[in-house]
Design a protein. Structure first.
Length: 360
């Protein structure tokens, strides 16, 4: 008989982990150990991900004893909604409390093609990007895979009321996903699994600030998941000023890892490039950027800085944003200016959480 993976064993022994953390195959192994037939895994996944029940007792085709075993071993949803903001453009920002009292946020964005959910991967962040609100209180802890999955389910439950579906997921909320790599991969596998949420890999995007060793690992996973890198600077000097992570893994090493990713997966890469007034937003920077990414199959997303009160960056003037875009286009770069959503709510990453924290 296959053994339960050590981490699953530890989780079960230590505390009631979220059942959403379990892969389909892990659940089968657990059932086997409990003397249950493996088709129960299909039934349980159906209740969790199709019916989206929040109580084991609602899983009516399971025996009472199995339901009891499940609820004494696992929790279902580890999230409690504590605040909700809705923007006029349809963006919904949810603040959740975790079982240990920490809070995280999830954003549901409405696009022409459907609803995209932006999930948090860590409670806080330790990377210290100088423009970002998520990192203000440092890193509290990693999220379990199930705590990330639960955000997608909570968003889907909110959409169920309107008869809509989560059509894509972006891991671009609070935290650095590649600083919580194992749980990230577990999460991706569950939401992608055909018996899980069945969200197609091409509808999932992971963004990293540039944790280089994990870019190699991610390439080797050979997933069809979209990959984005927060580049934000065309030179290593400017990047180090904006992002301390660049001191650990400088720009040339980052670019090497991205080339490896592309050679291994043959997939296009997205570069996020925040425009910070007077720092990285001039035509000369656009030219350097075009040179830096030459030869890569890629797309550049320009993000005019979101104002964060604790950070003193200023927005780039409209005409400078367009000049930047034009310079890239003329150099043959695929580029778009990110459409802003939720401007009337705490839109920037980590802002709702930071502001709720201040109120307390
Ligand atoms: N840690 C990962 C995932 C977060 S994605 C990463 O860095 O990629 C969130 C994106 O928003 C990142 O590109 C981040 O750099 C960017 N961002 C954070 N704060 C911002 C701000 N104030 N203005 C514009 N972009 C910001």
């Amino acid at each position: 008989m296959q053994e339960l993976k050590k981490e699953v064993q530890a989780e079960i022994a230590g505390k009631k982990g979220s059942i959403y953390t379990l892969q389909f195959d892990d659940l089968k192994v657990w059932l086997q150990e409990e003397g249950e037939p493996s088709f129960r895994a299909d039934q349980i996944f159906y209740w969790l991900y199709d019916k989206r029940v929040e109580q084991f007792d609602e899983m009516t085709n399971l025996s009472k004893s199995l339901r009891e075993k499940l609820s004494s071993t696992f929790s279902i949803t580890p999230l409690k909604e504590v605040a909700k903001q809705e923007s006029v453009d349809g963006t919904v920002k949810l603040l959740f409390e975790l079982e240990d009292g920490n809070t995280i946020e999830t954003v549901v964005m409405k696009h022409g093609y459907g609803n995209s959910v932006c999930v948090t991967s860590q409670v806080g962040c330790r990377l210290g990007c100088t423009f970002c609100a998520s990192t203000l209180g440092g890193l509290k802890r990693n999220l379990e895979a199930g705590e990330i999955t639960a955000q997608v389910l909570a968003s889907q439950r909110a959409l169920d009321e309107k008869g809509e579906r989560v059509s894509s997921v972006v891991v671009m909320g609070i935290g650095e996903p590649f600083d919580n790599y194992k749980e990230l991969i577990g999460f991706l596998k569950v939401i992608n699994h055909d018996k899980g949420l069945n969200i197609g890999a091409r509808h999932i995007t992971v963004s990293t600030s540039g944790v280089v060793p994990k870019i190699y690992d991610f390439a080797d996973e050979k997933l069809q998941i979209n990959f984005a890198v927060s580049l934000h600077a065309p030179t290593t000097e400017i990047r180090s000023r904006l992002m301390p992570v660049n001191r650990a893994w400088p720009l040339d090493k980052l670019m090497e890892s991205i080339k490896y990713y592309q050679e291994t997966t043959n997939r296009r890469v997205t570069f996020e490039y925040g425009l910070f007034g007077g720092v990285n937003d001039q035509v000369e920077h656009a030219k350097q950027l075009a040179e830096l990414i030459k030869g890569l199959k890629c797309h550049v997303n320009l993000i005019p800085v979101n104002y964060v009160p604790e950070r003193d960056y200023v927005r780039t003037k409209r005409e400078d944003i367009f000049a930047f875009e034009k310079t890239l286009k003329e150099a043959g770069v695929n580029v778009t200016i990110r459409r802003e959503q939720g401007h009337d709510i705490d839109a920037a990453c980590g802002q709702l959480r930071a502001n709720e924290g201040k109120k307390k």
